[in-house]
Structures are given as structure tokens and as C-alpha cells.
Design a protein around this ligand. Structure first.
Ligand code: PLP
Length: 360
């Protein structure tokens, strides 16, 4: 068996320990004689798997009791619609901070349901930093303020939680969920697609303050109605059972690694090493303002874009895969989620350094 270091932005690398446990339990989950894929979602076995995953998540993130944890479908993209449908609550405007490509998609979708105001967005659409707080224009009538803590494509991450006063803060945590501790009580709603830092694709976590739910737009589909999903224990209809189970194992793995403080220390160290090398190399470049650089997604360009293809070819031969940057940014992108070991970063830096020496 040969495992590569997979730097994909998502679906992304998973902890080997988790994959091995999945393999061991695949044919016979804990004496049931069947795999989790084959179980009724209403049966005792799956209900216990589901509840345990939710409990572990609640404990890891210290989610206060007045928040609901929902396991939903439709991806983070589905939440771009669900959020205005659930959170407008009689208002007709919401505020969006746009710091990259996902924020652009979120505000566009929200525009179908309300007046979606831009709080801040760079005029040239080059997303290389979080705009200064002094440049933000929050509107007084906004039902909520939405932002993207980590922009997966551009590699721009908020260094802290923005202060928006009493208006509920809504955050698309997809690519930085569980990368460090957060104070959930600062948020009205947090959401994240699983396939970056939590598990396989197919499930989306929503953590929402319970006083904000229950007053939806009349046309809201039942499966996107947070109050109904909460009442149905996230099983209004058949959930993605296998994904939910694997997410539960990843959550256990995080706990065994020392929880979110340990994740944060590891993630800061991994990202720090790679940015440090890029900046010192004289061959590679990252355009993001240092304070706003992502721990999770590190885009970089080569001194000469004509070398991109041979860089990628040599990397793949060295067992370093999925490094091609998003087409909108070009160059490379190394995603360093929780499950990427430091050895993967070391191997990448060594390859980059050899490549620079041979081509510089
Ligand atoms: C990947 C990603 C999305 C889209 O997620 P889907 O689950 O594919 O809809 C949205 N926002 C961010 C920040 C992402 O990284």
C-alpha cells in the first residue's frame, strides 16, 4: 500500500487511523453483522452512532446548550439559500463581508431572497487581505452579518472573530472548521461542509442559536427549515449515514489528538513552516498579507508560470498530489487540514527546495 500526501482542498485527506477503523468495521459494525451503510437510520445502532458524533462535536467546540447542532445535506452551497430563508425573520436585508470567491457566491445566492448588502469587498476583486474594519459599512437594518472566516481558494483567513455588535453573526467555516478553538457564543450561526476538515463529502454541519429559528420564509423547503430539522434530530428524511459515521470517527480522532488546542498548535506550526519557506525562497510567492494568511489553504506561485506543469509532474512522482491551484488564482495551492501530518509539509518543502535549485 502506498499512501500519498494529498494536498487537495476538498474532498481532502483523512486521518489514516480513521480509514483503518472504517476498514476494520466495514463488513461487521460492532457485531451487528452489517456495515453502517446498510443499517436503518432509525435503528438503535445508527441512532447511537449519530448521537455520539453530535456529543463529541458539542464537547470539542464547547457548544453552549442554547445552540442546535444540525447535520444537513446540500453542502455549504445549500446553506447559502437556507440562511436567508431562515434568518431574515421578517426583515428584508442582510450584510455580507466578501473576502474571496465563496463569499461572492454566498452574497449572490442571498440576493435571490433579500437585499444583500456588501459590507466590504476589494474593488479589483483581488482577495489578498481582510479589508480594514474602518472601511466596513454595516447597515442598520440587516437581519444578520455573513462572512467567510477562511477563503479556501485565495487562502485569506480572518485572524479573529469580527465584532459586529448585536446583529447575529453568520460564518461559513467550511474550510477551517475545527482547525482551532472558537467561541461559539459569538455567533448566531456557524456552518461547514464536511469534506474539508471533518470527513467525507455529503453532510453539512449547522450550529445555530435556538432563538433565531422557527420564523422562515413561507416557501422554505422542509429539509432546509432549521427548526424542523432540529425537531427531527436531523433525521427528517434519510441522512447520509455513512458520512455521519465517518465524521464521528474523525471527531474522536481529534479528541484523542488533544482536541482543538492541539489542532491549533499543529496547524499553526505546519502553516508557519510553509509560509516561512515560501517567503525565504526567492522563487515562490504568496500574495496574501501575512496577518491574514490561511492556516488551511496555502496558495503560492512559481517564479515562472511556465514551470507549473513540470512542478506538478515532479511533485506527483514524489507522492505529493493535488497541488494545482484553483483556475481563478493559478499557481499552486497546498491544503494543510488537520489530517495532513507535519511530515507531509516537510516533504513538500524539500521537494519545493530541490525544484527551485534545479530551475532557479
Ligand atoms: C468548499 C466550500 C464551499 C462549498 O461547499 P459545498 O459543500 O461543495 O457546497 C463553500 N464555502 C467554503 C468556504 C468552502 O471552502
Amino acid at each position: 500500500m502506498t499512501r500519498v500526501f494529498n494536498f487537495s482542498a476538498g474532498p481532502a485527506t483523512l486521518p489514516v487511523d480513521v480509514l483503518q477503523q472504517v476498514q476494520e468495521e466495514l463488513l461487521d459494525w460492532q457485531g451487528t453483522g452489517m456495515s453502517v451503510m446498510e443499517m436503518s437510520h432509525r435503528g438503535k445502532a445508527f441512532v447511537s452512532i449519530a448521537e455520539q458524533a453530535t456529543e463529541t462535536l458539542k464537547a470539542l467546540l464547547n457548544v453552549p446548550d442554547n445552540y442546535k447542532i444540525l447535520w444537513m445535506q446540500g453542502g455549504a452551497t445549500g446553506q447559502f439559500s437556507a440562511i436567508p430563508m431562515n434568518l431574515l425573520r421578517g426583515r428584508d436585508a442582510a450584510d455580507y463581508l466578501v473576502t474571496g470567491s465563496w463569499g461572492k457566491k454566498a452574497i449572490k445566492e442571498a440576493g435571490k431572497f433579500c437585499t444583500a448588502n456588501t459590507v466590504a469587498r476589494p474593488a479589483d476583486d483581488r482577495f489578498t487581505q481582510v479589508p480594514d474594519r474602518a472601511e466596513w459599512s454595516l447597515s442598520p437594518d440587516a437581519a444578520y452579518v455573513h462572512y467567510t472566516p477562511n477563503e479556501t481558494i485565495e487562502g485569506v483567513e480572518f485572524p479573529d472573530v469580527p465584532d459586529v455588535g448585536d446583529v447575529p453573526l453568520v460564518a461559513d467555516f467550511s474550510s477551517t472548521f475545527l482547525s482551532r478553538p472558537i467561541d461559539v457564543s459569538r455567533f448566531g450561526l456557524i456552518y461547514a461542509g464536511a469534506q474539508k476538515n471533518l470527513g467525507p463529502a455529503g453532510v453539512t454541519i449547522v450550529i445555530v442559536r435556538d432563538d433565531l429559528i422557527g420564523d422562515v420564509l413561507p416557501q422554505t423547503p422542509t429539509v432546509l427549515d432549521y427548526a424542523k430539522v432540529a425537531d427531527g434530530e436531523s433525521m427528517l428524511n434519510t441522512p447520509p449515514c455513512f458520512t455521519w459515521y465517518v465524521c464521528g470517527l474523525v471527531l474522536q480522532w481529534i479528541k484523542q489528538q488533544g482536541g482543538l488546542d492541539a489542532m491549533a498548535a499543529r496547524n499553526a506550526a505546519k502553516a508557519g513552516k510553509l509560509y516561512g519557506y515560501v517567503d525565504a525562497s526567492g522563487f515562490y510567492q504568496n500574495p496574501v498579507k501575512p496577518e491574514h494568511r490561511s492556516w488551511m489553504n496555502v496558495p503560492f506561485t512559481l517564479a515562472d508560470a511556465n514551470l507549473d506543469a513540470s512542478f506538478l509532474e515532479g511533485a506527483a512522482a514524489a507522492g505529493l498530489t493535488t497541488l494545482k491551484g484553483h483556475r481563478s488564482v493559478g499557481g499552486m495551492r497546498a491544503s494543510l487540514y488537520n489530517a495532513m501530518p507535519e511530515a507531509g509539509v516537510d516533504a513538500l518543502i524539500k521537494y519545493m527546495d530541490d525544484f527551485a535549485k534545479n530551475n532557479g
